[in-house]
Design a protein around this ligand. Structure first.
Ligand SMILES: *Cc1c(COP(=O)(O)O)cnc(C)c1O
Length: 409
């Protein structure tokens, strides 16, 4: 039996406990969806307000220089670098993850004599969609997806780039980045990682693994706000050889020289395309600064403990209720959420949300619960599973109205 008193003692001794107060978290809710949209850091509103009223309101166009707007993509990229095991000169913030996937994949294929993009099926859809779109544009190119247990053998001498999500968006399975990067290199391919469900949640060591390229999301565990700009990583050794296919003026060596021909900026700055979104960057910077404060060891340890508690409670209280854990048991093999399949997953999640426990649902039958150590307590996990047990016992999930077309789940 797991007693709530014991969990409260764990919470009292939690070294990350003070971080909860740094977030806007409405009373009466348990937020288990920080892996999809991180909550607002309390600092974000003030930062954005200052940018609007002072930098934009009073500084006007002078703020591109005076308030450092023009440097923001490189400055914030440099702050993200230590979270992903990169050098500050290897990361820049730009566009969305989808657009960055396009830029890097197209660059990887066109810089190579090879024409295959190797991915895995059932990854986050945008990754596969963009790979297909890149393949359609480049004569002879193809995007091929192969189940993860066969990836190593699929790394033929035709593969230009291996693209994988480090942590899987549904199951939370975590790839062995070092081993797969080495396998890609042994086959003469580049290794590209989507860090959307990793950055801010698990240790990432791009340089230690020798990774070539990466992209990642600003609005999940970085808490950068809805639609926050994303980031691009290009290893120093690859920066010279790769060209941004969206060769816009902000990636030019001298945007304000207004030269008639494109000349790429040195280094990672060439991955910029258009004018950076300063309001979005301001909120993202608040999220990144907060993410830099805690030790990743403490985050990983608490994430593992929250997961084990969630899994144990579901095992103890909901045995026989139809929930199948699909996330790996071993902490080193997963990210920071827990996922279950259930045939009534959508209706159950809606009923949970109606009672203040916010997770999400992913087709066809997956309930996901984000386990974010900075603002979740052990007691929260206990209450969340208690509410789940209630919803199953009183069958209130049966009253969930059918899903509306286009509804965000
Ligand atoms: C969330 C997520 C994205 C998001 O892409 P956007 O362009 O921001 O919509 C991309 N890839 C993965 C793996 C994700 O988890």
């Amino acid at each position: 039996m797991i007693h709530i008193g014991a969990l409260r003692r764990l919470d009292a001794a939690d070294p990350l406990r003070a971080f909860r107060d740094r977030f806007e978290l409405p009373a009466g809710f348990i937020y288990l969806d920080g892996n999809s949209l991180g909550p607002s850091p309390k600092a974000a509103a003030g930062v954005v307000q200052r940018v609007v009223t002072s930098e934009w309101g009073e500084g006007l166009i002078r703020s591109w220089n005076d308030a450092g707007w023009i440097d923001a993509p490189r400055r914030i990229g440099g702050k993200i670098a230590p979270l992903i095991g990169a050098k500050p000169s290897e990361v820049v913030v730009a566009d969305s993850t989808s657009v960055n996937l396009f830029k890097l994949l197209a660059a990887a294929v066109t810089s190579s004599g090879r024409r295959l993009i190797l991915t895995e099926p059932d990854d986050f859809p945008t990754d596969g969609y963009v790979a297909e779109g890149v393949a359609r544009l480049i004569p002879g190119a193809r995007a091929v997806s192969v189940p993860r247990q066969h990836l190593a053998e699929a790394l033929s001498d035709e593969v230009a780039v291996l693209l994988l999500s480090h942590v899987h968006y549904k199951t939370a399975q975590r790839h062995d980045m070092a081993a797969l990067t080495a396998a890609a290199h042994a086959a003469g391919a580049l290794a590209m990682w989507d860090l959307s469900h990793s950055v801010g949640a698990v240790r990432v060591d791009l340089n230690g693994c020798g990774a070539d390229l990466a992209v990642g999301c600003g609005y999940k565990f970085l808490n950068g706000g809805p639609g926050a700009p994303a980031f691009v990583f290009v290893a120093e050794s690859r920066q010279e050889a790769l060209a941004n296919p969206l060769s816009g003026w902000m990636g030019h060596a001298q945007p304000f020289a207004f030269e008639p021909r494109y000349r790429p900026a040195d280094g990672v700055g060439r991955w910029l395309t258009g004018t950076p979104p300063i309001l979005g960057l301001a909120a993202l910077e608040a999220g990144v600064e907060l993410a830099l404060e805690p030790d990743i060891e403490a985050i990983e340890a608490k994430s593992a403990a929250l997961f084990d508690l969630f899994a144990d409670l579901v095992g103890a209280r909901l045995a026989g209720a139809g929930f199948a854990l699909i996330s790996p048991q071993a902490a080193a093999e997963r990210g920071s959420h827990i996922a279950f399949r259930h045939q009534h997953g959508f209706a159950i999640m809606q009923a949970l949300i109606a009672r203040g426990v916010i997770g999400d649902f992913r087709d066809p039958d997956v309930l996901r619960f984000g386990l974010t150590p900075l603002y979740l307590s052990f007691e929260d996990v206990w209450r969340a599973v208690d509410t789940l047990a209630e919803v199953m016992a009183d069958e209130s999930w049966r009253e969930t109205p059918p899903r509306r077309p286009g509804q965000v789940t």
